[in-house]
Design a protein around this ligand. Structure first.
Ligand SMILES: [Fe+2]
Ligand SMILES: [Fe+2]
Length: 129
């Protein structure tokens, strides 16, 4: 697995766990918002890094993959603005939704990219998957 992508994927899951915990423990809206902001910031950085790798290695499926990133970020930003207006019913279902899309993206689009990087031997180690 590509080491940078692997590291960032792990960080995204950790931040999602932190967000989850902050909601379960009934933290204030400000604290929940802070966790969400961290998650969105890391997702944005990670998508940029991943897209740079796709460009560097001339990944064939780059257009669709980028579209999916853009769509995910847009959804996250909508949620951020809803939360700042106090509109989001922040609960277990909401986190499950975030988890579902993150896992679906990691398992599908990102997995295909990993497969491609592995095929062309780009800094990827299948044994670590
Ligand atoms: Fe991705
Ligand atoms: Fe990714």
């Amino acid at each position: 697995m590509h080491p940078l992508l692997e590291k960032e994927h792990r960080q995204l899951i950790n931040l999602l766990d932190a967000l989850d915990k902050s909601i379960l423990k009934g933290y204030s809206v400000n604290q929940v918002h802070k966790h969400l902001d961290n998650f969105v910031a890391l997702a944005g950085d990670h998508f940029k890094n991943e897209e740079k790798i796709m460009e560097d290695y001339k990944y064939t499926d780059i257009i669709d993959h980028k579209k999916e990133h853009a769509r995910l970020l847009e959804q996250l930003r909508t949620l951020q603005s809803q939360l700042s207006k106090g509109q989001t019913p922040f609960g277990k279902d909401y986190i499950q939704l975030l988890r579902n899309w993150l896992e679906a993206h990691l398992l599908d689009a990102d997995n295909k990219l990993e497969e491609f990087l592995y095929q062309i031997n780009a800094d990827s180690d299948k044994k670590n998957r």
